[in-house]
Structure formats: structure tokens, C-alpha cells
Design a protein around this ligand. Structure first.
Ligand code: A4P
Ligand code: MG
Length: 170
């Protein structure tokens, strides 16, 4: 998925594709501790990676927990960026940031200090045990779609379960 109408690149030359900078979308969520700080410092950590360049950050949305609902509300954002990392190396970079903030995986869909999901990577589709892109549940998730829509259109929208909280926070 691309936010800007870049030209239809030539996918026949995959080597050239993977060596360049690719457009990616990340979704980040936190529902434990100082959630705003967690999001801010996680974006900062990604920015410290020389192979990742953040291009836009959405407002922070307060969102009702989906899946395992007996947990605090989340703060969610969507970030667009460019990377010259391969998809699995990008996943590793995201997981390194999660680890830095001592994310513990106790309950699937349970509370977390920071969760970073790769929503899309250029126009690539892949489905392996480690990584599925585009993210398979993105379309049904307002906490992804509303911030993503903000990055694409500039319009901040709210729904019953997704409430814009902070703009220009980063
Ligand atoms: N994995 C596969 N594809 C991807 C991808 N595109 N991006 C693998 C990132 N990771 C991907 O994820 C489990 C494994 O998924 C990883 O090891 C990776 O190899 P995880 O982050 O360890 O565990 P998780 O987050 O608990 O599971 P999952 O399936 O990622 O959960 P979701 O779907 O991300 O849901 N409610 C609100 N309001 N806001 C939220 O942010 N998040 C979740 C988590 C549930 N409810 C929520 C929110
Ligand atoms: Mg995840």
C-alpha cells in the first residue's frame, strides 16, 4: 500500500526493488503504563534505526480493547515510513523496540506496553508463520483504519470505540 501516487514500479526487477527504500505502514498500540510516553519513545526508537525513516505519524486515538475485552483501553497510532530493510528484518526491528520496553507476551490479545504491527510493505503480499502482510485483520479494525484514513486524507474521524485524543503530539 502506498500513501502517495508513486508510479507503478517495475516488479520484474525484484532485486532493485528490495535494495531501494520501500514504503511501509505500521500500527502501534499500548494499553499498559504511561501509554503516550510508550508510543512516543517507540517512534523515537524506530527513528534511531538508520534503515527506517518515519514520514508521518497519526493523532493518538483512545480505543476500546478488541479481542480480549477485559483490559484497559488502548492508545493507538498509525505511522508511515520508508525502509530499506527486508520485511523479516523490519519485523525484527519492530520486535527489538517491543523488547526494549519489556513487552511480555502472556495472553494473546492481552495487555501490552507496546505492540507494533506491520500493516503493509510496499505492494508486497506474503503469508508465513512469522509474517503476514498486508496485516490480515487490518480491515476489520477501526483502531487501524481511522488513523490510517487520517494519514491518507488528513481528516480526523471518530467512532464509538475509537476517539481522537492528541493531535500534533509527536
Ligand atoms: N506476525 C505475523 N504477521 C505480522 C505482522 N504483519 N506484523 C507475527 C507484526 N507481527 C506479525 O504477534 C504474534 C506474532 O505475529 C509475532 O511473533 C509475529 O511473528 P505478537 O505481537 O507477539 O502478539 P499479539 O499482538 O498478541 O498477537 P497479534 O496476532 O499480533 O494480535 P493483534 O492482531 O495485533 O491484536 N484492541 C485495541 N483497541 N487496540 C489494539 O492495538 N491490539 C490487539 C492485538 C488486540 N486488541 C486491540 C489491539
Ligand atoms: Mg502484534
Amino acid at each position: 500500500m502506498k500513501l502517495t501516487g508513486r508510479d507503478e514500479s517495475n516488479h520484474s526487477n525484484e532485486r532493485q526493488e528490495t535494495e531501494g527504500w520501500q514504503e511501509i505502514i505500521l500500527s502501534m498500540g499500548s494499553n499498559l503504563g504511561d501509554k503516550l510516553r510508550m508510543l512516543r519513545e517507540s517512534v523515537q526508537q524506530l527513528e534511531l534505526n538508520p534503515d527506517i525513516e518515519i514520514t508521518a505519524v497519526s493523532s493518538v486515538y483512545e480505543t476500546d480493547a478488541l479481542g480480549f475485552t477485559e483490559q484497559p483501553a488502548f492508545y493507538n497510532i498509525v505511522v508511515s515510513a520508508k525502509t530499506r530493510l527486508e520485511p523479516l528484518d523490519l519485523l525484527a526491528a519492530c520486535q527489538k523496540v517491543e523488547k526494549k520496553f519489556h513487552r511480555e507476551r502472556k495472553v494473546r490479545w492481552g495487555p501490552r506496553t507496546i505492540d507494533i504491527d506491520i500493516i503493509s510493505y510496499d505492494d508486497i503480499s506474503m503469508d508465513s508463520e512469522e509474517l503476514t502482510i498486508p496485516h490480515p485483520r487490518m480491515n476489520e479494525r477501526e483502531f487501524v483504519m481511522l488513523p490510517l484514513n487520517e494519514l491518507i486524507t488528513g481528516q480526523v474521524q471518530a467512532s464509538q470505540s475509537v476517539r481522537p485524543l492528541y493531535s500534533n503530539w509527536y
